[in-house]
Design a protein around this ligand. Structure first.
Ligand code: 5GP
Length: 206
């Protein structure tokens, strides 16, 4: 049976992961982009059901308690979670499912699905990260400071990831992840059928 895989992209606020992941998802029908639920308030440009499913705290807790979230985490005062059904459905269809989530959620998923692929995205340096988050203009000063602080904590966890991609130019970062996807397909555990079919009808003895 063909089954897909799970790719998790993390990185500090301002690393450009939203842009990279959306561009990757539209590059091929092989990818399916998961849309998270969050208790965060909508900000300018956010679209319900496209960027997130926006929930009240009670709605979020109900989803979590009914085991409808694959993982969930608190990030700078708001809850975020990955709807389980969509991910499982798309993997069963053979897709590469993309989750754009923070580190605690990523590590929860890795524990549950060790074969998932963890990719950490960073801008070239911290100054560039500050510049990107400031010029994005989506956060007030308090949220921006909290996100810079959190960026330092997240970057300490880079070594728990399988791949580190520097997002200097979006197209290059997308290409890197496409190359990772190509290499990951060649892992023996994703190609079990080849070994099983190798000898065909012959016994394998000479
Ligand atoms: P933002 O508020 O900037 O949209 O997202 C804040 C952080 O939450 C980002 O690092 C983003 O990747 C992360 N995030 C978004 N959705 C999820 C999710 O479903 N689960 C977890 N654990 N983190 C998420």
């Amino acid at each position: 049976m063909t089954t897909g895989s799970l790719f998790i992209i993390s990185g500090p606020s301002g690393s450009g992961k939203g842009t990279v992941v959306k561009s990757l998802a539209s590059s091929s029908p092989d990818y399916a982009l998961s849309v998270s639920v969050t208790t965060r308030k909508m900000r300018g440009g956010d679209r319900e059901g496209v960027d997130y499913f926006f929930k009240t705290m009670d709605e979020f807790v109900a989803l979590r308690d009914n085991n409808q979230l694959l993982e969930h985490a608190l990030f700078v005062g708001n809850l975020y979670g990955t709807p389980r059904f969509y991910v499982e459905e798309q993997i069963a269809k053979g897709k590469i499912v993309l989750l754009e989530i923070e580190v605690n959620g990523a590590l929860q998923v890795k524990q549950r699905y060790p074969e998932c692929v963890l990719i950490f995205l960073v801008p070239p340096n911290f100054t560039e990260l500050q510049h990107r988050l400031q010029s994005r203009g989506t956060e007030d000063i308090e949220s921006m400071q909290a996100r810079f602080f959190r960026a330092r904590e997240e970057i300490m966890l880079i070594n728990k990831y399988d791949y580190l991609v520097v997002n200097d130019k979006v197209e290059k970062a997308v290409e890197c992840i496409q190359n990772i996807a190509f290499a990951e397909k060649l892992r023996p555990f994703r190609q079990k059928q080849i070994a099983e079919d190798f000898f065909g009808n012959s016994s394998g003895s000479t």
